[in-house]
Ligand binder design. Sequence first.
Ligand code: ADP
Ligand code: TRP
Length: 333
Amino acid sequence: MTKQISLTGIKPTGTPHLGNYLGMIAPALSLVKTYQPIYFIADYHALTTLHDRDLLEQYTREIAATWLALGLNLEEVIFYRQSDVPEIFELTWILSCFTAKGLLNRAHAYKSVTDTNQSLGRNLDDGVNGGLYQYPVLMASDILLFDTDVVPVGYDQKQHIEIARDIATAFNVTYGDVLTIPEALIQESVSVISGLDGRKMSKSYNNTIPLFAEPKKLRKHVMRIVTDSKRPEDPKNPDECNVFGIYKHFANADDVVAMREQYQAGGVAYGDIKQELYELLNTRFTPSRERYNELMAKPQHVEQILEGGAEKARLIAHQKLNQIRSVLGVKVR
Ligand code: ADP
Ligand code: TRP
């Protein structure tokens, strides 16, 4: 039997962080044997907010090197840059003609801008470009073009997958079972990783721990994690602590239990726990950081890998797009 498809992407709008790793990259890597993985860099999604040529190139390379350094096996995975697959953008137009405008009005990213504008008494669409509004349609196209079965993502992407399902269903109502209805795959325990300040760790909040920061910088980030003002001897609640919230994903199970008890009993200082977390992260990520640095020093090599991936992706995309063109009644190419 052919394997089901697992597809996911990250937009290159900043340096990859622990939230990306725990919430999406690690779960996606765990699927590569049981599914046919299709993983990509969503650079045209980044264009909705990032209009700096050098930065877009830099972040794209960083995301590519991150996946590769973390062990993506190119024999198994189809790995490409979204903008190298033009079929995605033709399908985006087609799908936009099956997308209720109201669906896009309710999409979180757009709605949060209009809500802010409303509270400030501004025009609702101030600062909104058409790309931000259409973002979920482009994402639906990424997913539906490859007959995706599952989409490993963090919780914040759940609504986008639901929109992709709605769009696919609307299309299928008219043309039959042409598009596969995708399923979000969200791992409960890592669905929202907190950042340094306790809000969701996100490139947009400047509260991240970068995955491959050099040891000194990594330690600095960990030391900046916000805690309450309890003294070392005070009992503490591990479930309300941002340091423990990250620690529990990296320490082994026995150490997590022991640390939980130490929190509850009192007698340990936040500074010491942070030091332990830093050491855990540093040990865990040093080998991949070294691979990452090597890849970052060889941009041509990374470029070749992406181009090779795009070739494979386009073979699939071309076929699927033709199937769609043919049911629509436009020319098959
Ligand atoms: P950011 O919010 O930093 O811009 P992205 O939107 O690029 O992150 O997210 C890339 C992937 O990583 C998505 O699947 C997203 O759900 C996941 N992700 C991002 N931040 C977190 C987090 N704090 N916890 C869990 N998953 C996350
Ligand atoms: N919107 C996703 C994010 O911000 C990135 C993305 C683009 C994506 N296309 C996708 C994720 C398709 C999964 C599937 O993280």
